[in-house]
Structures are given as C-alpha cells and as structure tokens.
Design a protein around this ligand. Structure first.
Ligand SMILES: Nc1ncnc2c1ncn2[C@@H]1O[C@H](COP(=O)(O)OP(=O)(O)OP(=O)(O)O)[C@@H](O)[C@H]1O
Ligand SMILES: [Mg+2]
Ligand SMILES: [Zn+2]
Length: 329
C-alpha cells in the first residue's frame, strides 16, 4: 500500500479524534461555568482514576473498595446526567462524540485496522485517482442542449428530443443515486457528450457523499496490470477499489488493447459489480454491433442484459467548440 495514502487516511482519523476531544473539552468548560454543581461532580469523577490506582497499589480489600468506587462513580454519572437534562442539555452532552465509536477514532480495533480506517484509505485512494479527471469542468450546468439543434438538418428534431430525454434522465439518475442504481452504457460517436454527461453524474453523486471512481479504461487497466505483475510492493489496490466503489465510471471502452489479461479483468469488473448489485457507467464509441463482435459473449451478454443502454447522438461538439472559441478538451 502506498505509504502516503495510508498516512493521509491515518491523518484523517487522527483529526477526527482531536476534533472530538477538543469539542468535548469545550463542552466541559461551558457546562462547568454554567452549572457549578456539575463542576463539582466532574472534579470528583476526574479523581476516580487516581483513587482506583491507590486502592490497587495498597493491596488491601481491593475488590470491595473498587466495587465501592465503581458505585460512587455510577451515582455521580447519573447525577450529572440528571442535572444536565434538568437544565435543558441532552443527558450525554459530556460524552466524547467520536465519528467511529468502535475504535474511538484511533483507527485500530482489537489489534487490527478498524473499518473506519479502511474506508478512509479507500477514500484517499479514490481521491488520488480522480485527481486528473476534469470533474469540475463537466457539470450539468455546463451542458447545453443547444448544440443538439445544430446543424440544421432533417434529423434535428429527433436529435434534440432524444438528447433532451437523455439529459433529464441523467439528472434524475444523479439526483436519486443510490448504490442500487442501475448501470448505464453510453454509446455514440466521438464528441457528442458521453464523457461530459458521465462526469456531470459523477459530480452530483460525489456531492452526495458517495465514492466515485472515474477514469479511462486504458488508464485503469494498465494500473491494474502494473500492480498485478509489478515486482515492487503494490501502491494501491486499484482492482479492489474498482470492484467495491459506489459508482465506477469506465470511459472509452474499446480503446484498450485486446489482451487476455485485459479481457479477463473487464469481465471480472463487470461481473463482480453486477453480482454485488453496484452501479457502473461505461462509455464507448462502439455501437452495439461492434461491441458484440469485439467482446466475448459472457461480457456482451451481461452488458446488454443488465445495463441500460443510452444512445448519445448529435454533432461532434468538441469540433464545434474548437471552431467557435479555440480548442475544447
Ligand atoms: N451538451 C454539451 N454542452 C456543452 N459542452 C459539451 C456538450 N457535450 C459535450 N461538450 C463538450 O464537448 C467536448 C467533447 O465532449 P465529450 O468529451 O463528452 O465527448 P465524448 O462523447 O466523450 O467523445 P469521445 O467519444 O471522443 O470520448 C467536451 O469539452 C465537452 O465538455
Ligand atoms: Mg469521451
Ligand atoms: Zn473506527
């Protein structure tokens, strides 16, 4: 695992702990000031640890005295909760609010990495992968239907109406996204807006707090391949991130080399995510016939049976934009 990704995740978890404890101290100060009775109880409670230690050290009647201390402690806690609620505070106002109760934001639980640390590692890895994506530049707001009115041919009306439907169903998909959302196959010629639409979806889904991985299939497969065959300790477990992320967007299917490793990996990704019920978006320049002849039956049949296919039509907008105002992406 990449050390810096691990460190970044560990830093995230540590920051949560420091923040939780600082907030807890702030609440103590606030309450001690407002409710002197509680200040007294808190003072007693703080001394319990020292008393425990003294009892154990003395070695006399340890069990009985510890039991007595424990009872006093409980009473003090109860009194503190009661005074809090009587004064309009929640009873647990002075408990530390950890993000992860299980490991108390330490990242370790029963000698292993806690799930919260594993999630932080995955998120840090995903953020690293998406660093290069043009996410911010391709949103729904920047997607204009006007391009599909051009050029003025007899097909115009159909193109516009088709893309209007596509646009609205993509927005709806993004806004009502869950990890059980369907998978989508966008296909269509170059420059019509496949990447733009899928990034617009990614943008909204990320904003709702889901993990999204977006990249071209070439980049993703070559990364998986390097990690699979590489000698050095693998940086990131890309394959397991691809298999488990909430939404995976594979751009430019059909541009990768047709090697046995790639074909097997594509099958693995498509099949595993279907089995887990996780949504995937795939973009391709190939039409449905091309797909059928290029990929083996077990991949194509899954794509056609499970994915919603959306044909993206229209002019080459990349070209139009370039003509209008210099080079587009
Ligand atoms: N409806 C649109 N409104 C505004 N900009 C658009 C629209 N559709 C596409 N674009 C822009 O045009 C360029 C090409 O679009 P995009 O990359 O989405 O095409 P594509 O279908 O993915 O093409 P390719 O098959 O070559 O990958 C991008 O800069 C994109 O932001
Ligand atoms: Mg594209
Ligand atoms: Zn935890």
């Amino acid at each position: 695992m990449n050390q810096s990704i691990f460190q970044e995740a560990m830093r995230t978890v540590n920051e949560r702990r420091v923040r939780a404890q600082a907030e807890n101290e702030r609440r103590f100060r606030e309450v001690n000031e407002k409710l002197p009775q509680i200040a007294e109880i808190n003072h007693q409670l703080a001394q319990t640890a020292t008393k425990f230690f003294e009892v154990v050290k003395s070695g006399r009647d340890v069990e009985g005295r510890i039991e007595e201390l424990r009872r006093q402690n409980e009473q003090a806690q109860e009194m503190s909760s009661r005074i809090l609620t009587e004064n309009g505070y929640p009873a647990d106002y002075l408990d530390v609010r950890y993000t992860c109760e299980k490991c108390q934001d330490t990242g370790y639980f029963e000698g292993r990495y806690c799930e919260c640390l594993q999630r932080a590692i995955a998120s840090a890895g995903i953020a690293r992968m998406n660093e290069n994506a043009q996410l911010r530049l391709s949103t729904f707001e920047q997607f204009s239907l006007d391009y599909y009115r051009l050029p003025r041919t007899s097909e115009d009306k159909d193109t516009y109406e088709t893309m209007q439907r596509v646009y609205h169903s993509c927005r709806k998909y993004a806004d009502s996204f869950t990890v059980h959302s369907p998978s989508i196959l966008f296909y269509g010629r170059t420059g019509v807006g496949k990447t733009h639409l899928s990034l617009a979806i990614a943008d909204r889904v990320l904003a709702q707090g889901y993990d999204v991985i977006y990249d071209s299939i070439i980049n993703l497969l070559s990364r998986v391949e390097r990690e699979h065959f590489g000698r050095e300790e693998s940086e990131l477990d890309t394959l397991s991130l691809l298999l488990g992320t909430d939404l995976l967007i594979l751009d430019d299917l059909g541009t990768e080399w047709n090697t046995p490793f790639y074909v097997a990996t594509i099958y693995n990704i498509v099949n595993t995510r279907i089995n887990k019920g996780l949504p995937t978006i795939i973009n391709t320049n190939l039409d449905l016939l091309d797909l059928r002849s290029r990929y083996e039956e077990r991949i194509v049949s899954r794509l056609f049976a499970v994915y919603e296919t959306m044909n993206i039509v229209g002019p080459d907008i990349r070209l139009l934009k370039k003509k209008q105002n210099g080079p587009a992406l």
